[in-house]
Design a protein around this ligand. Structure first.
Ligand code: NAD
Length: 361
């Protein structure tokens, strides 16, 4: 990969390669933007096929975080990190703490968090070397696992969609199909059952389905065709790229609202969804609950759950604003969400250029 060509095209600020032979650490930190604040994003620990795969992943994910935090109204930029390796065999205390020292060396330009292949316990270890980490355990003053807040945010995205489509935000009696009942999906099931919605679930892991079906007495569907189940809202809560040229014609839902990142296989799928009459709630808008929750750890005085959850509930307003902008402007919801984020970054970049008593911009 020609790194400067790749990062130059989308105005990335910084890519940092971290290497430590004794611990076997090979990591890449990518800071896409710090225009709204420090670049917050998780650390993914993954056995990438090669270095280019790792680099492409971290670059793509960092930009996504810029948009997610900007649209969520946070004073944060976007970044991401990857550690190359198999977390089940390559992870060690010394490797994580070596990594943490590299994070610390960035002086707060990048703030890390948990992601695929890393855990809250890992964040606790990283905390021993740097302040620039969120999602640490409650005992250390953190907010803990972000999945519950993510599910709560997706619920409020669904309520906004319901308000737009059916004129009432209540989900009672609505049929919601959830693909993937892991940490986020299972919390979402609980909320929807409490709302008296009808819920159907599917997962590649039969034990995950069995657990949720036992705890909540919900229906189940075969995982290969879960996207084609007739319902009001289809909620992808597992993998990305599930909305594509093969699945979109088979959808039989009025809307798609789920937690999975990068649900559209390609940008044109947003238009395909609109043409198929399916209302798509952009993933990075409705799945921002986790980042909103951990961002609260950075507040003066530390994490406050009620305040954080109040901020997560605002996903309702953001989702509704995006849907309305798309409808009135004749653009897709995905475009409307991106414009919302870009506008906020542009507007606040101007505000930050105003000289104050603290000094210049
Ligand atoms: P998880 O690993 O706990 O759960 C994912 C579940 O999906 C697992 O039960 C897995 O068996 C299942 N699954 C895998 N492939 C599947 C398939 N093809 N069809 C159906 N099910 C499948 O992950 P999670 O933390 O619940 O996250 C779910 C999604 O939401 C991911 O895309 C993640 O990136 C995204 N997300 C999570 C958070 C968070 O706070 N955890 C925040 C934002 C976005």
């Amino acid at each position: 990969m020609k790194v400067f060509d790749r990062i130059g095209a989308d105005d990335y600020e910084q890519v940092v390669f971290c290497h430590d032979r004794p611990t076997g650490l090979r990591a890449v930190v990518c800071v896409h933007s710090t225009r709204l604040g420090p670049a917050l994003g998780g650390t993914r620990f993954y056995p990438y096929a090669d270095e280019d795969d790792a680099l492409e992943d971290v670059i793509r994910l960092a930009r996504g975080m810029t948009y997610k935090s900007a649209a969520a109204g946070l004073d944060l930029g976007g970044g991401k990190a990857v550690i190359l390796g198999d977390p089940t065999t390559d992870k060690s205390e010394s490797l994580l703490r070596a990594y943490a020292r590299f994070v610390d060396s960035l002086g707060g330009r990048y703030i890390t968090a948990e992601d695929v292949g890393t855990t809250q316990a890992d964040m606790d270890l990283i905390r021993r070397e740097t302040r620039h980490v969120t999602g640490v355990s409650r005992a250390l003053g953190g907010s803990g696992d972000p999945s519950a807040a993510t599910a709560y945010g997706v619920l409020h995205g669904m309520k906004a969609v319901a308000r737009h489509l059916w004129d009432e935000s209540a989900l009672e009696g609505r049929h919601v199909v959830i693909a993937g009942v892991g940490k986020v999906g299972s919390n979402l099931v609980r909320h929807l059952v409490e709302e008296r919605a009808r819920v159907t679930v599917a997962d590649v892991d039969p034990s995950a389905v069995a657990r949720v079906a036992r705890d909540f007495a919900v229906d189940t569907a075969p995982v290969e065709k879960v996207h084609a189940v007739e319902c009001d809202i289809y909620a992808p809560c597992a993998l990305g790229a599930v909305l594509n040229t093969a699945t979109i014609p088979e959808l039989r839902s009025a809307a798609v609202v789920g937690s999975a990142n990068n649900q559209l296989a390609e940008p044109d799928d947003a238009r395909r969804l609109a043409e198929a009459g399916v209302l798509y709630a952009p993933d990075f808008v409705v799945n921002a609950g986790g980042v909103i929750n951990i961002a609260d750890e950075l507040s003066v005085g530390g994490y406050h759950r009620e305040r954080a959850y109040a901020a997560v509930r605002r996903i309702f307003d953001t989702t509704l604003a995006v849907i309305t902008t798309a409808a009135t402007g004749g653009i897709t919801t995905a475009e409307a969400a991106e414009r919302l984020a870009e506008r906020r970054i542009a507007d606040l970049t101007h505000v930050h250029s105003i000289r104050t008593s603290r000094g210049g911009p």
